[in-house]
Design a binder for this molecule. Structure first.
Ligand code: C2E
Ligand code: MG
Ligand code: MG
Ligand code: MG
Length: 280
């Protein structure tokens, strides 16, 4: 069997990690096994804070894969693979289940999960989401779904149907990685969302005057349309303070907190810690 032979070759000749990682079929088989055995995959939670008060506002649920020999595999690697192979539906079901379990335990905060266009275009997605929320008796308005802009291409009318079904039930939506994809403010007006998340590449360039002006303009335009704004990838005090000046609503990034294991995130949320140094 060719697949097995491919694996054995790697094992026998001890190829470099790069080659192993590029062996997508082997990685796919490993991902299937991880899903089957309910091990290796875990949900981490990155805290998001109110820019003005520094209070914890929400958590973003992020999938993590601890591979037995490769160690941590980045979501940027396994999520695209999962999308190509259809395994994304199982992964997102696991993450959503974990997120709803966490919401049931933490009554005061919101949780965001990521979803790809593929998932939102899949019939039954909206009902599955509402089913899991009902199972954990969580109000739908405590869940936010983050969509990357590729989900917003004009042809995706199934996606729009899913969004409107879930929005009628109270689920909130955000456009993730805003500024990197197809979204224009006019399209955002058509496909209703509650929030934009400015992509971390823009935040990372804010030391440049022109990029800082772009971020400021994005925030002003979003506010003019009544949208909430989160900045992702906040890594420096300078970025934080400029974002506060621009009226950005929420901040997320390594400066404030890395993604945390579920139990650590629950401890943080229960203690309602404030980030030190955030200007009140
Ligand atoms: P994203 O949704 O834009 O998530 C934010 C990413 O930025 C996370 O990467 C997070 O760890 C990282 N990040 C947060 N703060 C900082 C910072 O200050 N600096 C830098 N350099 N990075 C920061 P992560 O966890 O590796 O996830 C990458 C992407 O994979 C996510 O981007 C999301 O698009 C996707 N993803 C992760 N989990 C899931 C999932 O359960 N379902 C789906 N469909 N996609 C997921
Ligand atoms: Mg996200
Ligand atoms: Mg993002
Ligand atoms: Mg991203």
């Amino acid at each position: 069997h060719a697949k097995a032979a491919g694996r054995n070759t790697h094992a026998i000749f001890g190829s470099h990690m790069d080659e192993l990682l590029s062996d997508r079929r082997a990685l796919e088989a490993d991902l299937r096994l991880a899903l089957k055995t309910h091990s290796q995959l875990e949900t981490f939670y990155q805290p998001v804070f109110a820019a003005d008060t520094g209070a914890l506002s929400s958590l973003e649920a992020l999938a993590r894969w601890k591979h037995p020999t490769l160690g941590d595999v980045s979501p940027d690697q396994f999520i695209p693979l999962a999308e190509e192979t259809g395994l994304i539906h199982e992964i997102s079901a696991l993450v959503l289940e974990d997120a709803c379990r966490t919401l049931a335990e933490l009554p005061d905060i919101h949780i965001a999960v990521n979803a790809s266009a593929l998932e939102l275009a899949s019939p039954g997605y909206a009902l599955r989401v509402l089913g899991i929320l009902a199972k954990w008796q969580v109000q739908p308005n405590r869940l936010e779904i983050e969509l990357t802009e590729s989900a917003m291409t004009p042809e995706k009318s199934e996606v729009e149907t899913t969004i409107s079904t879930l929005r009628s039930a109270g689920v909130r939506f955000a456009i993730d990685d805003f500024g990197t994809g197809y979204s224009t403010f006019s399209r955002i007006q058509r496909i209703e969302v509650d929030r934009i998340k400015i992509d971390k590449s823009f935040i990372g360039e804010m030391h440049q005057g022109a990029s800082k002006a772009v971020v400021s303009a994005m925030i002003s335009m979003a506010k003019a349309k009544g949208l909430l704004v989160t900045a992702e990838g906040v890594e420096t005090d300078e970025q934080r303070s400029a974002l506060q000046d621009f009226g950005c609503d929420h901040l997320q990034g390594f400066l404030l907190s890395k993604p945390l294991p579920r139990s650590t995130a629950i401890t943080l949320a229960t203690a309602d810690q404030r980030v030190t140094g955030i200007r009140a």
